[in-house]
Design a protein around this ligand. Sequence first.
Ligand code: HEC
Length: 155
Amino acid sequence: MSKELFTELSTMANKKKLFFGAGAAIIMLMTAFRAEPVQQPVAVKASAERGKQVYVKRCMACHQADGGGVPHLNAPLDGASAVTGKDKAKLIKIVLNGMTDRVEIDGEFYSNNMPGNKDLTDAEIADVLTYVRTGWSNKSSAVTVAEVKAVRTKK
Ligand code: HEC
């Protein structure tokens, strides 16, 4: 092999290394900075932990510890589309005012009445809904005190 060809080949190999090296660096950066959650994860976790206490006292008897509800009696909260969905205002209203609609929920009807929880503070409702939306298999965003306040004061 001529000296020129050798140098040519080794610069090519180095360029390739550089190329792959840069590619790997870009991928690492993308993984590190990928879609940062909008809410502070630590604050959400703390809210969910407080919410669990509210849940145990006020919701668990009907919706059960695993959020599975009771067939035909109490709607499940784990995996429920209304619970994990985008309409947080509707969810806040259900917890504030209760629910006796007998509407079809994800293909089922539930015969029990859900009582309202107007005596809970805005923070308690935000916490319990954050717990319910992030607990079990649910992976939705938190509910804030401001969102609860907005629904409660809007008449
Ligand atoms: C006495 C039993 C009972 C208690 C206590 C109760 N619920 Fe319910 N909940 C129900 C029933 C029954 C339904 C379905 C009502 C219907 O179909 O009209 C329901 C529905 C819901 C829904 C709507 C589910 C969907 O998929 O549309 C949410 C959200 C909910 N409850 C959250 C809560 C939270 C949070 C608490 C505690 C603060 C709570 N519930 C306490 C019985 C209860």
